[in-house]
Design a protein around this ligand. Structure first.
Ligand code: MG
Ligand code: MG
Length: 255
């Protein structure tokens, strides 16, 4: 495992990359309403990233694969966890919609996701969104120099499980920089005091994926969309952060 420590200049470029990604995600969040198609949401993000001189990180990823991702954002609705492909599907009142977006700018990737309710959503859905977003912030709080990766994973897992929900096993966060998926892999479950030690200059994408029901997943025939195998609701929040000597700096804050 080779974790790439970023210089201050590289971190500055990552901030700029993240600012573009944030602008795209904000515009998509504002556009989400009943009747809009997921392809229209995708066009909004694509237009902003390209106009700002960035490149969509997901489009055509991974290069050389038989089924490269065909869009700028992933849109995952209700029982869909991650990696949903935008298309003709219309957003409906009561849906919960996860949007994930990545931007490459001057060679550096930023990666961030949120889940939002459309109009009136169930009390269970509201609670799921709150717990998942709070779990992300628990993980980020643990990203201080000297802590270990297991402290981050444990912070996420214990927050989710104490709320009665479950965390995904097959997918997790990751280092991020010149490549979208760098070491280390960051499981959403783990034991405190284990794993690599965190150091200033590490850039990480933390991304809790949380289920109301069982954490078992399956991938649809489109080769991408990951769903909860039991059809239960799930949610996903993600930030790109860097570890500074004083603690975590969130690069992809939306508000
Ligand atoms: Mg992402
Ligand atoms: Mg990611």
């Amino acid at each position: 495992m080779a974790i790439i420590i970023k210089s201050n200049d590289e971190i500055q470029i990552m901030r700029e990359s993240a600012a573009i990604n944030v602008e795209a995600l904000r515009a998509v969040r504002e556009a989400i309403r009943p009747g809009i198609t997921t392809a229209e949401l995708d066009r909004i993000a694509h237009e902003i990233i390209v106009r700002r001189g960035g490149k969509p990180a997901f489009l055509g990823h991974p290069a050389g694969s038989r089924h490269p991702f065909p869009a700028t954002i992933t849109v995952s609705i209700n029982e869909e966890l991650v990696h949903g492909i935008p298309g003709k599907r219309m957003i409906k009142e009561g849906d919960i919609v996860s949007i994930d977006c990545g931007t490459i700018y001057k060679g550096f990737v930023s990666d961030s996701a949120f889940t939002v309710g459309v109009g009136e959503i169930s009390a269970e859905a509201r609670r799921l969104l709150e717990v998942t977003e709070a779990a992300l912030y628990k993980g980020i709080e643990a990203c201080v120099p000297g802590n270990r990766l297991g402290d981050v994973s444990y912070a996420i897992q214990s927050h989710v499980e104490s709320a009665g929900y479950s965390v995904v096993r097959e997918y997790g966060g990751h280092g991020v920089g010149r490549s979208m998926w760098e070491d280390p892999h960051i499981p959403n479950w783990g034991r405190p005091g284990r794993g690599i030690r965190l150091r200033p200059g590490m850039a990480l994408a933390l991304e809790p994926m949380v289920f109301v029901g069982s954490p078992k997943t399956r991938v649809l025939d489109d080769h991408w969309t990951v769903v909860a195998a039991d059809g239960s609701l799930c949610a996903h929040f993600e930030h790109t952060i860097v570890i500074t000597p004083n603690g975590p700096e969130i690069l992809t804050k939306l508000d």
